[in-house]
Design a protein around this ligand. Structure first.
Ligand code: GLN
Length: 536
């Protein structure tokens, strides 16, 4: 076997402890030491991927370059590492079973009983090793979703046990993330849940090498000693993970706790380079010392659940830091704007209309866009947000009162947003939208060109509907132009208003490509426009 090192990250006590952020932070530190690192996530649910899940169930669906619909943790991986992920970085129980059952039907196991052990666990391991075998990585970090002790994560934990045994202790390592709760009434931090979750894990044959303990208070030395003794780890492998002011502090907190050094020493890794965290620290410096502040209205359907718009929120963090500006998000439920009472939009320096599906909130979004257009407030529409801007312009400027998207009314007489031709034949739901990266040609002399500073770009998509090119001439002569076009299909990818300081809608999702070290120019320029607006 190659000398790729495998790090498995499991979680105990409760979900939502931030395994993804810990994995991404560790990867970030190892990358800063010159290693090539990737992170993959294994999710124990039975859906083939999260593409068919409602955001209320699972937060944002993150789309990769190759068009995989994935868990939102992959967004963190990309934002922390500044390198792309792919379908191979997110595997679910559903996909594992689907692969095994497909092979069974092909006769791959002829004569044999197909079982969880070894067939499912073998398929899990094959996927554990897949990215390592590409030869592109020194280290593969595998995050196991869910909690140790859950019925559904058992096959994954068993596969981790087998992988650690096969790879040996110089090549594989298990990090277990737990919670050390603080009991206010007792005034004490409690280690029992950690002990129990390590016991659960060891009952399944997996002994963690390092414990990362989420806590609201610092872990005193005697507590670390107790955890080490009861959980079978060295005392310097008890890592404190205090609640942080921002997720982007976590790599530095992990460095202070020497998580990366513990990992390198256990895996016999010699760093290729002196650790370089300067660009990261420069970002944090700007993030924490803003010189201005803007308020952006995020108009969407799922605003009660901020995770539904994770990448947009993080893109604003990156773009805010770049502008040394604090971006305050004003969460605005689109439905609340439907009756035309737009008080909620007062005092905003910019309005973003979010991506989405279905009719709920559609009219509210249209009202918000009219307000931004008429009052020359910076506007940015993403995917459905762009489609809404097209509909609003048709109704209120082109006077096509019946205009809408085919998605909202399949019988409309003015389908300014139409279904894409190749979508019309599709009946299956999962993974069938226009997904992943496509090239886009930007016209010179447009706002989009001044944002990107180049004519050829590539951005990621997730949609079924598109701008109806039959209407393009009418739009352009009235002042809304298609400034970005897919060169092969002629699909409109960017619409913008000429007579407005900043009014851009993109059919694609720029938020999926914004990273700490490479903030997306559309967000950067949108925040800049909001700063300008706030001064007048
Ligand atoms: N519902 C729209 C479509 O399918 C927009 C999708 C989105 O915003 N991601 O085209």
């Amino acid at each position: 076997m190659s000398n790729v090192k495998y790090i498995f990250v499991t979680g105990g006590v409760t979900s939502s402890l931030g395994k993804g952020i810990i994995a991404a932070s560790l990867a970030n530190l190892l990358q800063a030491r010159g290693f090539s690192v990737t992170i993959q996530k294994f999710d124990p649910y039975i859906n083939i991927d999260p593409g068919t899940l409602n955001p209320y169930e699972h937060g944002e669906c993150y789309v990769t370059e190759d068009g995989a619909e994935t868990d939102l943790d992959l967004g963190h991986y990309e934002r922390f590492l500044n390198t792309p992920t792919s379908q191979s970085n997110n595997i679910t129980t559903g996909r594992i079973y689907n692969n095994v059952i497909t092979k069974e039907r092909q006769g791959a196991f002829l004569g044999k009983t197909v079982q969880v052990v070894p067939h499912i666990t073998d398929e899990i391991k094959r996927n554990f090793y897949q990215l390592g075998e590409t030869g592109k990585y020194d280290i593969v970090i595998t995050e196991i979703g869910g909690c140790v002790g859950d019925i559904e994560s058992l096959p994954f934990i068993e596969a981790v046990r087998q992988a650690v045994w096969e790879l040996g202790h110089n090549s594989a390592l298990v990090i277990h993330l737990t919670l050390v709760p603080y009991l206010k009434s007792a005034g004490e931090l409690k280690t029992k849940p950690t002990q129990h979750s390590v016991r659960d894990l060891s009952q399944e044959g997996v002994l963690p090498d390092i414990l990362v303990c989420r806590t609201e208070h610092p872990l005193p030395p005697e507590l670390r000693k107790k955890i080490a003794l009861f959980c079978n780890v060295q005392i310097n492998s008890v890592i404190e993970a205090m609640d942080a002011e921002t997720i982007y502090d976590v790599p530095l907190l992990m460095k202070r706790e020497k998580l990366d050094e513990r990992v390198m020493s256990k895996l016999k890794l010699t760093p290729n380079a002196k650790i370089d965290l300067e660009p990261w620290k420069a970002f944090l410096g700007k993030l924490k010392n803003p010189t201005s502040e803007v308020k952006i209205g995020l108009v969407g359907k799922y605003v009660e659940l901020k995770d539904a718009y994770k990448s947009i929120v993080e893109s604003f963090v990156h773009a805010g830091a770049m502008n040394e500006c604090k971006v305050k998000i004003s969460w605005t439920k689109a439905e609340d704007l439907a009756d035309g009472d737009l008080d909620l939009l007062k005092g905003l320096d910019g309005i973003l209309v979010a991506p989405g599906f279905g009719e709920r909130g559609f009219e509210g979004k249209i009202n918000a866009i009219r307000y931004a257009r008429e009052n020359k407030i910076p506007f940015f529409g993403i995917c459905l947000g762009m489609q809404c801007a097209v509909v609003e312009f048709a109704r209120n400027v082109l006077q096509l009162k019946e205009a809408t998207s085919i998605e909202m009314n399949p019988n409309t007489s003015e389908p300014v947003i139409n279904m894409m031709e190749d979508q019309k034949r599709i009946t299956q739901m999962g993974g069938t939208m226009r997904l992943g990266a496509y090239p886009c040609h930007i016209k010179k002399g447009t706002k989009a060109f001044s944002v990107y500073g180049k004519t050829e770009i590539s951005e990621r998509h997730r949609h079924r509907f598109e701008f109806n090119n039959d209407y393009l001439k009418r739009y352009e002569s009235a002042g809304m132009i298609a400034s970005g076009i897919n060169p092969a299909s002629g699909l409109v990818e960017i619409m913008e208003l000429k007579d407005h300081p900043f009014f851009i809608g993109t059919q694609y999702h720029p938020e999926l490509k914004s990273t700490v070290l490479n903030p997306h120019p559309l967000f950067v320029k949108f925040v800049k426009a909001a700063i300008e607006y706030s001064k007048v």
